[in-house]
Write a protein that binds this ligand. Structure first.
Ligand code: ZN
Length: 118
């Protein structure tokens, strides 16, 4: 359930950006996820809706997702490669037993779109 805390962190950072820009609305949140994430984008969307339900600042804001590559290791043949898909196959042996770099960031807020409002 740590997606809840992660989503709250994303919202807090976007709010900081809006406040710094004296914006009346956050219109877009740009997220970059890596295959190191042990949750789905859908769960982030779900918590985002839940957490911003009564929040005027985020009303109608859209989430945009981009996948970033991450280093991964095949647990079967030891091959190391880079991947940007959530459930990668080893390019050497085709195994699904692939471990993404555990130190890689799971999700990052890369940009925030704001509206000055009136
Ligand atoms: Zn392999």
């Amino acid at each position: 359930m740590h997606e809840l805390g992660i989503t709250q962190g994303i919202i807090d950072r976007a709010r900081d950006v809006a406040v710094a820009n004296e914006a009346g609305k956050v219109t877009d949140l740009y997220l970059a996820m890596t295959p190191a994430a042990d949750f789905t984008f859908e769960s982030i969307e779900m918590y985002f809706e839940m957490l911003t339900e009564d929040d005027e600042l985020f009303r109608g804001a859209a989430l945009h997702l981009e996948w970033l590559p991450v280093a991964a290791t095949c647990l079967r043949c030891g091959s190391e490669f880079s991947t940007d898909v959530p459930h990668p196959l080893c390019p050497q042996c085709g195994s699904t037993a692939v471990r993404p770099d555990p130190t890689a960031p799971m999700v990052q807020l890369t940009d925030v779109g704001v509206d000055e409002g009136d």
